[in-house]
Design a protein around this ligand. Structure first.
Ligand code: NDP
Ligand code: 8X3
Length: 253
């Protein structure tokens, strides 16, 4: 019987995977989502074996509203007592001028980062309200605080996450639900590989010549936020590599 449950979207890689391991180590039972079934299964097996927690996996595309509904509504009753919702699934697709942009990139970012986050939140928040407790952590970005050259639509999608984060906090305080946004700068994950449509050489260059953040740095911050006493809400955190003082400047050796 699961007790202390977290639902983490985008748990197949990077930040979501690191949060999953950090939470598992703290004895939190997990609902993990993503599109890559094999990775979900591997992660589930490892976390159960290493930490003795319970893990459910939900394999679906967060852009598909019906798939979100089926996944969340189809959870066994005891798994609906979700305490932590970590809205992490997201991506950048492309990096270039708006007037030269690919519509398919824009749609993928808006559908995943904004609409997907909304679909999941709409389904899970009523479950938190029912229990009059819970904590939502929205993984936004420094791109949701500062606009940088060629970031246009990705930045817009993360500014939307920032607005949704603030809106949720205002609306949910009366239900004793905490809401936190985490806004990282460059984190070395599959993010750039995805942004550059699988161009591994270009992706590697993003993290060359300086020490980027690691996914674990962000997992630490998320765990810090959720492990504060119940009367303490961390509204937001901006976390940057030391060599990246603002979004558009990276000091490389
Ligand atoms: P990764 O590419 O390593 O991980 C992204 C995760 O999102 C994967 O688990 C992926 O799962 C999931 N995901 C993407 N699209 C979908 C979809 N349509 N349906 C379901 N799941 C999806 O990148 P990060 O770990 O770096 O990114 C995690 C979050 O952190 C994102 O919201 C990103 O914007 C944000 N962020 C990242 C930064 C960075 O520099 N890395 C900095 C600031 C914020 P799957 O492919 O299996 O579906
Ligand atoms: C990802 C970090 O600086 O590439 O959100 O926008 S950045």
């Amino acid at each position: 019987m699961p007790k202390n449950i977290a639902l983490i979207t985008g748990a197949t890689s990077g930040i979501g995977q690191a949060i999953s391991t950090q939470f598992a180590a703290a004895g939190i039972d997990l609902i993990l989502t993503g599109r890559r079934a094999e990775r979900l299964k591997d992660t589930q097996e490892k976390l159960i074996a290493n930490y003795g927690i319970e893990v459910q996996t939900l394999c679906f595309d967060i852009r598909q509203q019906q798939a979100c509904e089926q996944a969340i509504n189809g959870l066994p009753a005891e798994w609906k007592a979700i305490r932590y919702l970590i809205n992490n699934a997201g991506l950048a697709s492309g990096l270039g001028k708006l007037h030269e942009g690919q519509l398919s990139d824009w749609e993928q970012m808006i559908d995943t980062n904004v609409k997907g986050l909304l679909y999941i939140s709409r389904l899970v928040i009523p479950l938190l309200i029912e229990k009059q407790q819970g904590h939502i952590v929205n993984i936004s970005s420094i791109a949701g605080k500062e606009v940088y050259a060629n970031g246009n639509v990705y930045c817009a999608s993360k500014f939307a996450v920032d607005a949704l984060n603030r809106g949720m906090r205002i609306e949910l305080a009366e239900s004793n639900i905490r809401v936190t946004s985490i806004n990282p700068g460059a984190v070395n994950t599959e993010f750039s590989l995805v942004r550059f449509h699988g161009d591994a050489q270009r992706a590697e260059k993003v993290y060359e010549g300086f020490d980027p953040l690691m996914a674990q740095d962000i997992a630490d911050a998320v765990y810090y936020a959720i492990s504060r006493p119940a009367h303490v809400n961390i509204n937001e955190m901006i976390i940057m590599p030391t060599a990246q003082p603002v979004a558009s400047i990276i000091h490389r050796k």
